[in-house]
Design a binder for this molecule. Sequence first.
Ligand code: CP
Length: 313
Amino acid sequence: MIATVPSNRISKAAAPDFTQDLDLTADEVRYLLELALAVKRDAPRHARALEGRSIALLFEKPSLRTRLTFELAIRELGGSSVGTEGKIDAREPLRDVARNLARWVDGIVVRTFGQTVIDELALWSSVPVINALSDSFHPCQALADMLTLQEKLGGLRGMTLAFAGDGNNMAHSLMLSSARLGMNFALATPPGFGPDPAVAAQAESLAAASGARLSITTNLEEALTGANAVYTDVWASMGQEDEAAARHKIFAPYQIDERALSIAQPGAIFMHCLPAKRGLEVTDAVMESPQSVVFDQAENRLHAQKALLLMML
Ligand code: CP
């Protein structure tokens, strides 16, 4: 699932990309989280940081949070944005799109299906490319989630994040981010719906280096036991609509209801990247419970992405 890129890479003059979680080092992520907190506390101080800069937002899939928080982040930092919807390479190859955009804008934010689209844009663009969600990763959401976890739990190292449901892009990004920052990660999926083995192997080696524990199981109770935070996501992601009915049956035992949440540590927080399908992966009662921090996560998309833009541009 991890994309391979062609070897005829053009010269890319020191433009960092954020095509997936590991494009930032652990120290860079820690710095970003501190910067995000500073921006959150004192937004006006950064109001002209992107003056004269413009960003292209290319969205092949729908979005509420990611699109609007990027637009707001760019505007509140003094920059401007332009955007397109629909298939990016419908009219010309990605390598031409990338080289057009690089003549006009200072950065490209992309939401797409295949990770290869983002990797190819990054390969051909001389300005930074940021992954706003692909089928493989959702690294901007993971940054906001690390910020939320840090705020709510007082730190990451030694805490345990449990994820229930599909071994999808969100699970991948959270698994990599947690393992690298020293936070234990426990994933429970139905048989056959585990993460990409290559991503799991990367996370294993990051966990070994950071001292985090990583567990992947089909047993929900096992994953939730001792968790400080419980996370779930939709059972059928964008592009999997045809599989939704079958998935709803298979994933039903992995729903986070009040009983499931009670297996975690007392007072464990509940997290969801949203949009949520209430009554499927999570009950209305859990979404509305005092343990739910889903709207804090949504707010932190804005602050984390401001910090990301400040670092990359
Ligand atoms: N969580 C998230 O990425 O939301 P959107 O799909 O609305 O951008």
